[in-house]
Ligand binder design. Structure first.
Ligand code: TYD
Length: 237
């Protein structure tokens, strides 16, 4: 990718970690620096990937097993990268993505019976050179996250309804990923008040990516919102 390539930031964590709120706050802070920001999410983030999201979260794919689910998440990711993420990075925008490939490693890995080499192969095929520049692991104890997710109301989705042991395994898995790739990942304590979490994330971004220094070169007009983005995540629940 050319010199103008933007920066790719992902937020990861278990259920109820507060990633979606923090993605919006981070985007606002970056926009305050005059940077174009595309906020997106997985599964989804492009019209086709949003359709795959519906299929997965409705439980349609679950009977086929975690390997099939991992493949579906990967298929959605391929389209998301092609249609949303790469074009944004290419024009110099920052992309803030709520979940990405670490969620496949953690969730589908924690569901068991998947050779981690298979997950890594799928990841390589889908992502290629476009790995995140920075991944923020928003860490909360599983019980705290589950209680927050329950407060949001509505029927639990495909993964929210898994047993507490699954959510504990997830948390360990995200922390292991962070420990194994410290150059890419920063762990933030998501159990704190949202403003404090936002401040910690902003500090991490400032420390890892030369945001303020680059801002004046990167002023670009935001494009209009894609159609799928009109349906907000909160509204979809
Ligand atoms: P979502 O409602 O977006 O959850 P959250 O608000 O917790 O981000 O639903 C996405 C669900 O899909 C979530 O339970 C995590 C799961 N998931 C995977 O299992 N594998 C993946 O690769 C991704 C991206 C998400």
């Amino acid at each position: 990718m050319g010199i103008l390539r933007g920066r790719f930031i992902t937020l990861e964590g278990g259920e109820g970690a507060g990633k979606s709120t923090q993605a919006q706050r981070l985007a606002e802070a970056l926009r305050g620096q005059g940077i174009e920001v595309v906020v997106t999410r997985e599964p989804g983030g492009s019209p086709r990937a949003e359709k795959i999201r519906e299929a997965i979260l409705s439980g349609l794919i679950a009977p086929l097993g975690p390997v099939a689910e991992a493949m579906m998440f990967t298929a959605a990711r391929i389209d998301h990268l092609d249609k949303t993420i790469r074009p944004a990075l290419k024009r110099g925008a920052f992309v803030v993505c709520d979940r990405f490939a670490d969620s496949t490693r953690a969730y589908q890995g924690a569901l068991g019976n998947i050779d981690p080499r298979l997950i890594r192969s799928l990841e390589r095929i889908a992502i290629g050179a476009d790995k995140p520049d920075l991944t923020i692991m928003v860490d909360v104890p599983a019980a705290v996250g589950m209680a927050r997710a329950a407060q949001r109301g509505g029927a639990p989705d495909r993964f929210e309804s898994e047993a507490p042991a699954f959510h504990e395994a997830l948390r360990r898995s995200f922390l292991e990923i962070a420990a194994s790739e410290p150059e890419r990942c920063v762990v933030v304590n998501g159990a704190q008040a949202p403003e404090i979490v936002a401040r910690d994330i902003w500090s991490a971004v400032q420390a890892r990516l030369p945001v303020a220094g680059e801002a004046p070169k990167m002023i670009l007009k935001p494009k209009s919102k894609p159609r799928w983005a009109a349906k907000s995540k909160a509204g979809a629940k």
